[in-house]
Design a protein around this ligand. Structure first.
Ligand code: SF4
Length: 355
């Protein structure tokens, strides 16, 4: 029987009807809300994403309100989610959408981009997000390949091509096109995504009670646990950071904004010294930051923070001082004011540990 037969769709949709989670972005076809949810959910678990989705929807109920916001406010709302370029692109795209609306004011229904090509042209919107918005908001027949769907497809078609290479992406896109229910693209994409998230799990999926196991080639050949295949991981670059957290009796401290084209551009953190080698980092003493500063005492906490291509080794030196030192490009804030700045995830981690 063909994989994309009506029977396959019926079994999948029946499974969805009885098992799916109720999530707010599934209860709407408003492209703005769907776009928000998709950007938030990239690299984020649903439970955490839900909280941020509600924050954004209540702070910026329309794309116009998001476009009118200050970038710093958007970043602050995003704080804790990581991958801040997503928030910056979200904001930039909102401004582009509102700008392009000015030429289409007569027809209020089609103000949000409504074609795959228009969606794909927005900053931060790749094939996946454009396909998701086109199918979820407009019921247009585009695949939306997220990690869950790659896994389900790899198993259904018993395909061991690494899905995260350009050849793999192209191949999986063709498989998704073959499988797509063109009559009901919204229902199909939603169902197969949820099926991957809840049933066809990365390890030990319950194949014995899988409704579509008769269509699953990996189940038939015994390769389920070997799929999907990824390309080998790149080696991570190690970096060594020493942060100085000065704190006066009046609870004042110093922070600075990262401006270089590097990780966490535009975010705030404590004064930083980056070391070239692990040995330099290990030997570092905070008094070396300012020869004339005599910390009364200090203690430090060490963290390892892994990003996609870098592994950061960071020490945070907590230093009670009577007066703040004068350091270039820093600003003085009170401890309570820290909440008003968009801080890097690593800085938040350190603050949580210190409290
Ligand atoms: S049979 Fe197993 S591997 Fe195949 S689709 Fe079902 S749960 Fe996934």
């Amino acid at each position: 029987m063909s994989l994309y037969s009506q029977k396959f769709y019926r079994l999948l949709y029946d499974w969805y009807d009885s098992n799916h989670r109720v999530l707010p972005w599934r209860e709407t076809s408003d492209p703005y809300y769907i776009w928000l949810s998709e950007v938030i959910l990239q690299q984020t678990r649903v439970a955490q994403g839900l909280e941020y989705y509600h924050r954004f929807v209540s702070s910026y109920p329309t794309v116009e309100q998001l476009a009118a916001a200050d970038e710093d406010d958007v970043l602050r709302l995003w704080q804790g989610l990581g991958y801040y370029s997503r928030a910056r692109n979200l904001h930039k795209a909102a401004r582009m959408i509102v700008e392009s609306q000015k030429s289409k004011v007569e027809s209020r229904d089609s103000l949000f981009p409504a074609t795959f090509a228009e969606l794909r042209a927005l900053p931060g919107v790749g094939d996946y997000t454009a396909g998701a918005i086109a199918s979820f908001a407009y019921d247009q027949p585009y695949p939306a390949l997220d990690g869950n769907i790659y896994r389900v497809l790899a198993r259904l078609f018993d395909c061991d091509i690494p899905f995260d290479t350009s050849a793999g992406k192209k191949h999986f896109h063709q498989l998704a096109e073959q499988l797509l229910d063109r009559e009901h693209p919204r229902q199909f994409n939603t169902s197969i995504m949820e099926f991957g998230a809840l049933h066809c799990l990365p390890t030990s999926p319950d194949c014995t009670c899988c409704p579509i196991r008769d269509f699953c080639q990996a189940h038939a050949t015994g390769t389920v646990e070997l799929l999907p295949v990824r390309k080998p991981r790149p080696t991570l670059r190690d970096r060594y950071f020493s942060y100085s957290i000065y704190i006066t009796p009046e609870r004042k401290t110093l922070i600075h904004q990262r401006t270089a084209k590097d990780i966490w551009q535009h975010l705030y953190e404590f004064p930083l010294v980056e070391h070239q080698t692990e040995a330099e980092w290990q030997a570092f003493q905070p008094s070396a930051v300012n020869g004339d500063l005599s910390p009364l005492n200090f203690r430090f906490s060490t963290f390892t923070h892994v990003l996609s291509h870098q592994r950061l080794h960071a020490r945070f030196f907590l230093m009670p001082v009577n007066e703040l030192p004068i350091l270039r490009d820093t600003i003085t804030v009170t401890w309570e004011d820290l909440d008003n700045y968009a801080l890097s995830r690593l800085t938040i981690k350190a603050l949580e540990a210190i409290h």
